[in-house]
Design a protein. Structure first.
Length: 244
C-alpha cells in the first residue's frame, strides 16, 4: 500500500512539474510578447514622427509655391535673367531636400524608406538604393514596414558611431527567384555577437528589433542571414510571395 502511495505521489509530482513548466513558459512568452508589442509601438510612433516631418517640409514648400511663381514672373518681366536663373537653382536645391526620391511600388514602404534615409542623409551617410516591391506579398504592409524600419534603424545606428567619411548604407529590394529579397548593407564597427546571434547595440533595447525581423520571417517560412566582415554589416531576408 505504501509503495502505491509513493508511486502515485511521484506521478502527481511529475504532473505538477510539467503543468508548472507549461505555465511558466506561457508566462515568459506573454511577457516577451508584451515587451515586443511595446517596443513595436514606440518604433511605429517614431516612424510616424519622421514621416510627418517629411510631409511638413513638402507642405511648407507647396505653401510657398504661389509666392515663388510671382517672384519669378517679376524677375522675368524685368528681364533679370541672371537673378531668375540663380533663384531657380536655389528652388531646385530646396526641392531636392523634400522630394520623394525612392519609389518602390508600395506607398507605405516608400514612406518608411524615404523618412529613414532622409535621416541618414542629414548624417552625411552615403546612400545607394535600388528597390522594387511586388504587389502579391503574403506579409502585410505593417509587417513589411516593421521589417524595413528595424533594418534601417539598425543601419543608421551603426553608421552614427563611425566617422562621417566611413558611413554608407546600401539597400536592395526586389523579386529574386520567385521570392521577395531584402538586403541592407552598412558600415559598422564593434558588432556584438553572443552564442551565434548578433545583439543590438542600442541601450535599453535588448534586440527586440532583430527578434521582430526573425519572427516575421519565421511566420512566413522566410530566411534571414546576417554577416559582419571587415567593417561591413549585411542583413539579407528572403520571403515568399503569393501567386499573381
Amino acid at each position: 500500500m505504501t509503495t502505491i502511495i509513493i508511486f502515485l505521489s511521484i506521478i502527481l509530482f511529475c504532473i505538477l512539474c510539467v503543468f508548472g513548466f507549461f505555465l511558466l513558459r506561457k508566462f515568459l512568452y506573454n511577457m516577451i510578447d508584451k515587451r515586443i508589442e511595446r517596443f513595436q509601438s514606440e518604433l511605429i510612433e517614431k516612424q510616424v514622427r519622421e514621416i510627418q516631418n517629411m510631409y511638413r517640409q513638402v507642405r511648407g514648400w507647396r505653401h510657398d509655391y504661389r509666392n515663388h511663381i510671382n517672384n519669378m514672373k517679376i524677375q522675368l518681366a524685368n528681364e533679370n535673367y541672371g537673378e531668375l536663373e540663380a533663384y531657380l537653382d536655389q528652388l531646385a536645391e530646396d526641392l531636392d531636400t523634400v522630394d520623394t526620391v525612392i519609389k518602390t511600388g508600395n506607398v507605405m514602404a516608400d514612406a518608411i524608406l524615404n523618412s529613414k534615409l532622409s535621416v541618414a542623409e542629414k548624417m552625411n551617410v552615403k546612400i545607394n538604393v535600388k528597390a522594387n516591391i511586388p504587389e502579391n506579398l503574403l506579409l502585410s504592409d505593417v509587417e513589411l514596414c516593421s521589417v524595413l524600419g528595424n533594418m534601417l534603424d539598425n543601419a543608421v545606428e551603426a553608421c552614427s558611431k563611425l566617422p562621417e567619411e566611413e558611413r554608407f548604407i546600401r539597400v536592395y529590394i526586389g523579386k529574386l527567384k520567385g521570392q521577395l529579397y531584402l538586403s541592407v548593407q552598412n558600415s559598422a564597427g564593434g558588432v556584438r555577437k553572443e552564442k551565434g546571434y548578433y545583439l543590438s547595440t542600442k541601450e535599453g533595447e535588448h534586440g527586440y528589433g532583430l527578434f521582430r525581423i526573425d519572427r516575421v520571417a519565421k511566420k512566413y517560412g522566410g530566411f534571414v542571414n546576417r554577416q559582419n566582415e571587415e567593417g561591413v554589416f549585411a542583413t539579407e531576408i528572403t520571403l515568399p510571395v503569393g501567386n499573381v
